[in-house]
Write a protein that binds this ligand. Sequence first.
Ligand code: AMP
Ligand code: MG
Length: 921
Amino acid sequence: MTAQNAVTAQDAVTAQDAAGGPLSREQQAMWLRERLIPGTAMHNLAAAHEIEGPLDVAVLTRALRALAARHEPLRTSFREAGGLPVAQVHDGAELELVTVDATGAGTDWRALAEDEAGRPFDLSAAPLMRALLIRRSERLAVLLLVVHHLTADAWSLGLVWEELDAAYRAFLHGRAWEPEPLPVTYRDHVRRRLTGGAGRDRGELRSFWRERLAAAPAFSTVPSDRPRPAEPTHGGATLERTLGPDLLDAATRLSHQRRASLFIVLAAAWTAVLSRYAGRADVVIGVPTSGRDDSDVEPLVGLFSGAIPLRVAVGLAEPFQDLVMKVRRELFDCLEHRDVSPVELVAETGGPRELSATPVYQVLFNVVRTGHAPFAPDGTSCRYMSGFVGAVQTDLSLTATTPNSGGLRLQLHYSTDLYDAGTAEGLLGHYEHFLADALSRPDVPLGDLRMTSGQEPPPAPAASAEGEAPTALGLVERVMADRPDAPAVIDGNTVLTYRDLDERAAACAARLRSAGLGAGDVVALHLDRSADLVAVMLGVWRAGAAYLPLDPGHPPGRIESLVTGSGAAAVITSEPRPDGPAAPRVTVMTVGEVMAGTGRAQPHGAGGGGPRSGARDLAYVMYTSGSSGRPKGVEVPHRAVGHLLRAMARRPGLDARDVVLALTSPAFDISLVELVLPLTVGARVVVAPPAARHDPEAAGRLVRDHGVTLVQATPTGWRQLLLADPARWGLRRVWCGGEALDAALADRLAGLAPEVWNLYGPTETTVWSLAERVRPGRDHVPIGTPIGDTSVLVLDRWNEPAPPGVPGELCIGNAGVATGYRGRPDLTADRFVPDPSGGPGAVLYRTGDLVRRRADGGLEFLGRLDRQVKLHGHRIEPAEIEAVLREHGDVRDAAVVLREDVPGDPRLVAYVTAHRAGGAR
Ligand code: AMP
Ligand code: MG
């Protein structure tokens, strides 16, 4: 700081002095925030005593006034003069004790107290303290004191109660109250602090904080239930819980061993829990400074306390006792530099200065130990109570106190703008468990400590007798037998009844068998979406084989590599084409050829000359992007397909009255739900011609012409369809899935049909695994809860079930899990892992999706743990493209990212570095 600045500061103090008194640095920051966000109760402090026994109201009033006379801040108001805030100390103290009667039945005394505590103060009118006496019965009353934080801090409140007790006692017995005179006034103290030359160089102080907070997270990363509102209400609530004396003893013991304070031990546990909630090591919290460094200010009421940021890197491998030592070091270091004002901190961090959040840190930790004598006038028994203020300054604030009654009282104040009560309760419970575990095992790595008791509800039990459940083919054949004349598939002018479909599938199966194809074989389908495609899929299954869908629109090179890579034994194409897929030892057949001889093969149930597929047999192979440079083929067994279709028919639900539009490319697994699911419940499929995919009006015509009730698409697909005003289509069901569904799109979809669902699922767990009914007006659309016998686990970095609210990797088990990646045991072992909660041989698929469990049990999608992206519904591993780019002779290295430079127009962008000309290759 320059001499020039110092003079200016001195001038300002003098100028303010003339008009009134200057404000301390802490008061200035608080006053600024009050001016920016006026009319809230966020800086109100309140505490009460429940008093049983006789109480003399006149004497109590006198005692309160004596207190205000003694302490200047209790008769100070604030105003602005010449652009600067000034504190005006008044002589008189018109403090009133307001008495209200709550003896009537049904009178809610607590609501009265909360109203009073939550009423904003007018800063220009002294006193900034209110006293309310609520009479609950003849012998029972509650005395509530509410002060503005500008005039008092937590220590001051303890002092006020102590002195109130002494003054009341004296007056009641007709004596004078004669406390020790105050050594210094609050005004004197502020002047001393502001102008005192003592203290360190401000430039050094500021550079300390600049370095300390470099690249710190701008906002608290504790996931919230709702996004931060642009205009916060600062509404808050408080949860309280008292931990037993054993825990306090253990914490005290550790603090003695480590020569740390109780504060440090409790704060260390808080940072560890926050780091788990945030899923990151870097944690910043605000910790209090008492501000009463000089002993002569100890007996003063006033705002002395402030807060400074404490930044801790919480390691996974370090034991809790080491974290305690780390927090101790950091804290001492920061306290050395505590004489920094909030305004300077903000200037040094350059972080966001939004009204929606407190700058620098949004989570506080505090231990309050006043050590003051309790308020307990003669002949009464009193109980201290707090937590009346329904307003908060920060997102979360944990305060520990050591009440006279023993144990450790925890109070969690949380912003109700951001958090639900359930989430806050979870957090407090996790803190308690973590603290207990950490104190009992301070020498084990933090990563091994638990936030839960391990008493979480077990996941759904494994599916029963999987062999018994009917396969998809079995389900369709049942309908074929029951209602052969019902229309099954409509494709342009073609209408296939269930009987037609049965016969075509039978013909196809017969042809395949005669070509020597059956169980264990993969038949590639190089076919567009059509009625024939449906018949062929069923025919392949009936022959005991599995199919591999290929998109005829894909480049021949890719198609060939999939045919070869999958080891397909045959390819069925629409037309014999010279450029059609070909590979050595692969039989190529046309659809016409395959369908020929209709009627000669035995339809359903007749067996037809070969073994039928069992639950464990392969139903299809579906290729998806692979990070190693080549796509990976997911092998899906009949068990998983049968489960999917049975589960989906129940929830989200589909029945024989439904008419389903098949719009998705068969090379996407979700087409299964459009092409086969309807046939398992006797519903009707309307096949959209390939061109309809990019023509929402054409899709709309199909919907209206055929009375379609269900349309399924990805969010990208729905954005297109919305151009054709689907609200007029009269749909019964809208299904959306495959990519994150944002709230804005969800709101639009919600108006399209009575039943709108968000569906989630990776190819590896068979199309869809979770479902959530979409309701309008929500900030976030969950991905919901498991369908059918699907089980889900959310595993944290320590491979333990993450508690509700805590992000972790979504792992899916049980009925829907695929067999693995075709011909890639290495990749399979990496992602399909033993299921700790399942029976022997049970497998979990690690999705790589980051989720967290909401208080209502549903899951919320947060993003990816790896670099996988979705572009227009396509799943893409940028590493796959990078690997291919690197194969080019001129490319030394490559990086691929998804960019959305123009909103609504995401693109994959590749960056390459070339080999230097003439350099080694
Ligand atoms: P795919 O194998 O092509 O179905 O892609 C699966 C991946 O798509 C999942 O692992 C998620 O990352 C993403 N995904 C699928 N459905 C949803 C959804 N409803 N919300 C968010 N992400 C989704
Ligand atoms: Mg999927």
